[in-house]
Design a protein around this ligand. Structure first.
Ligand SMILES: NC(=O)c1ccc[n+]([C@@H]2O[C@H](COP(=O)([O-])OP(=O)(O)OC[C@H]3O[C@@H](n4cnc5c(N)ncnc54)[C@H](O)[C@@H]3O)[C@@H](O)[C@H]2O)c1
Length: 272
């Protein structure tokens, strides 16, 4: 998600600094965004000059302190509350007083991230969808600690990125994932019960509901580890059986069949 968000922001005219933990990961962000822009040039959707200009607005670093002068920082690390809490506490220490801190979390309580900083009024969620370059929605998540200015600025940023904004309360899953994940989880349960093959279930939802892809193709795109983390956060907050991750999902995560990111999930993919 990180490189997709960086591309969207740079393509809409923002200067973007991406911080990764290793130089190799940082370089791979530049490679990914470069490849994505190359495809757009090949398709005739962008000129070569535009491509070069967008890339020139994007830089990478391994140092958190290089984010100090940013107006807005969007965190998009692994969906793990402990990791995010530590990062928000550090971000507060390194970033200038005026910097807004946002999270791309799909489900975790934004208020807890806000309270890990000394600036809870300047923290909110800016939730992009996968792939960030294609999907038109951004959920702006408003924890009870955020000021009206913070929520308004987050919405302005997302709209400047060409996105449609829905402002949502800080509840696990917000709108989209609270509705989507019971469906994805149910699809896995149907497969476990042998009601149809994964190909059959995918074809049924594409052909019968007009969805652009079936639930297993979508789970592979989201990532099975991220999907289990999302279901766990939903279950933790709502305690409803519809959010209890299907056992097959957990077994696949244990086996590192995580979807596209490991080239194997419900389906197999070419190595990235
Ligand atoms: N996958 C999706 O479809 C999707 C959609 C919307 C939002 N999100 C959210 O975006 C965030 C990232 O999800 P993803 O699917 O890109 O996950 P991912 O597992 O593909 O990538 C997470 C990245 O975070 C890095 N990371 C872990 N700890 C870090 C740290 N302390 N500092 C810097 N980097 C660190 C990992 O090395 C990895 O590159 C999560 O909060 C997730 O809920 C995901």
């Amino acid at each position: 998600m990180g490189s997709g968000i960086a591309e969207v922001a740079a393509a809409s005219g923002h200067r973007v600094v991406v911080r990764s933990r290793s130089q190799a990961a940082a370089d791979s962000v530049l490679t990914r965004v470069g490849r994505s822009l190359d495809r757009q040039v090949e398709k005739g959707n962008r000129s070569q000059a535009e491509r070069d200009e967008i890339l020139s607005r994007l830089s990478v670093t391994t140092e958190l302190k290089h984010l100090a002068d940013c107006d807005l920082v969007i965190e998009s690390v692994v969906e793990d509350l402990a990791v995010k809490l530590e990062l928000f506490a550090e971000l507060h220490l390194v970033c200038g007083e005026g910097t807004l801190l946002a999270t791309n979390t799909s489900t975790l309580p934004v208020v807890e991230l806000a309270m890990a900083t000394g600036r809870p009024e300047k923290v909110c969620g800016i939730h992009f969808f996968n792939p960030a370059t294609v999907m038109s929605l951004v959920e702006v998540v408003s924890p009870i600690t955020a000021s009206a200015e913070t929520v308004a600025s987050a919405g302005e940023f997302a709209r400047a990125c060409g996105k449609d904004v829905v402002v949502v309360e800080d509840r696990a899953g917000f709108v989209v994932n609270a509705l989507l994940f019971p469906y994805l989880n149910n699809a896995v349960q149907l497969l476990e019960r042998g009601v149809a093959s994964k190909e059959g279930i995918d074809a049924a939802m594409v052909g019968g509901c007009g969805f652009p892809m079936g639930p297993f193709a979508l789970l592979d795109l989201v990532g099975l580890d991220t999907s289990v983390a999302i279901l766990d956060a939903l279950y933790e907050e709502h305690r409803e059986p519809q959010y209890a991750a299907a056992p097959m999902l957990r077994r696949m995560v244990a086996a590192e069949h995580l979807g596209r990111k490991t080239s194997r999930g419900f389906y197999e993919y070419e190595r990235r």
